[in-house]
Design a binder for this molecule. Structure first.
Ligand code: ADP
Length: 328
């Protein structure tokens, strides 16, 4: 396609995909043949940005999914002269991915009921409601209880993630106070911080503008970030929650002075099931799903989430949410 979006070449597969013949499409505007305004906007944005980027977008035509690679081609004056679009049919991968998600979702739900029975049974025996137990039995039962709690956390996070990824999760967006959300989230965590000797501080001001968000989901996000910070800090460390206005967005930060994350893992930690490998630490402290869910939720709000971190200095997890005028 030329820089004024006229088609120059269309191969056989593209003719079939768009149901047009090359001879009828040549020299005509992209939108006359490929009637996809959303994709056209993406192409336009790349051309306007003047950057030499090679961008991949995902589109769905009928029941087929395609990865579209958009590559601007520059002439000797570094001006964009042509634009190359490559459509890669990924329907098979998508279907496999869907089958995997369905499987995880079914398995997670099937795990829930027996897990609840295990936990209830264990706690009844521990409370000696069925009879007296000796110390050895008690310590074994405590271990069973702890492992069941970890499994329950994994199952709950898996259910949450599959719900969100499948688009079945409903969001209840409204204009709400980030001060209120932060206060409610932090309150039950002060005790845990105190027990650990960690100083947990919420500096978010009551006068901050409102955010357009689902308060329940953002409570989940904040809770997850603070719980993580609590996992990777020790006595004497600080965890500070703050918020600042950045243009049309509110930037919320959960900063800790804990273990930190190696630079090479800074982005990877948002992937599913990712744990930072630690030589002197064999115990895995969580499921590796929390930050993947955090990312999904924040992005569903039109915000972004990222992390700055230095080993042994600490981590700062930040995310943005759109600001709204009135407050709920
Ligand atoms: P997990 O359930 O393992 O905590 P997450 O997705 O929440 O899973 O986090 C992924 C990984 O990111 C963690 O295993 C840990 O290695 C790292 N991480 C997350 N938060 C922090 C933090 N505040 N300080 C240090 N490492 C962190």
């Amino acid at each position: 396609m030329s820089s004024d979006y006229k088609i120059i070449l269309l191969n056989g597969a593209a003719e079939e995909l768009f149901g047009i013949e090359e001879k009828n499409a040549i020299d005509k505007h992209f939108l006359l043949s490929v009637k996809d305004e959303k994709l056209f906007e993406q192409i336009n944005a790349i051309v306007d940005s003047k950057f030499n980027i090679n961008k991949v977008e995902q589109v769905k035509y009928g029941d087929k999914y395609y990865d579209v690679t958009i590559t601007p081609i520059k002439n000797y004056k570094s001006e964009i002269s042509d634009i190359l679009l490559v459509f890669h049919n990924i329907t098979e991968f998508k279907e496999l991915d869907q089958a995997k998600d369905d499987f995880i979702s079914i398995i997670s739900h099937e795990f829930k009921t027996p897990l609840t029975s295990i936990m209830m049974g264990t706690s009844m025996i521990l409370e000696e409601k069925i009879g007296a137990i000796n110390d050895k039995q008690r310590s074994t039962l405590v271990a069973i209880e702890e492992e069941s709690e970890k499994l329950t956390e994994l199952v709950n996070e898996l259910i949450e993630l599959t719900k969100i990824e499948s688009g079945k999760e409903m969001y209840n967006f409204k204009c709400c106070s980030i001060f209120g959300i932060a206060q409610n989230t932090v309150k039950p965590l002060y005790n845990i911080a105190n027990e650990k000797g960690v100083n947990l501080t919420n500096t978010i001001d009551e006068d901050m503008p409102g955010v357009y968000a689902d308060p329940e989901k953002i409570t989940w996000v904040l809770n997850n970030l603070i719980t993580n910070a609590l996992k990777y800090t020790d006595a004497g460390d600080d965890i500070t929650i703050s918020a600042s206005v950045d243009g049309d967005f509110m930037q919320i930060s959960v900063k800790d002075t804990g273990a930190g994350i190696p630079k090479e893992y800074k982005d990877k930690i948002f992937d599913k099931f990712f744990h930072v490998q630690n030589d002197d630490e064999f115990e895995i402290k969580g499921t590796g799903l929390g930050l993947a869910v955090v990312k999904e939720i924040v992005e569903a709000h039109g915000g972004k989430v990222w992390c700055e971190s230095d080993i042994d200095i600490g981590s700062n997890f930040m995310f943005t949410l759109p600001i709204c005028d009135e407050r709920g």
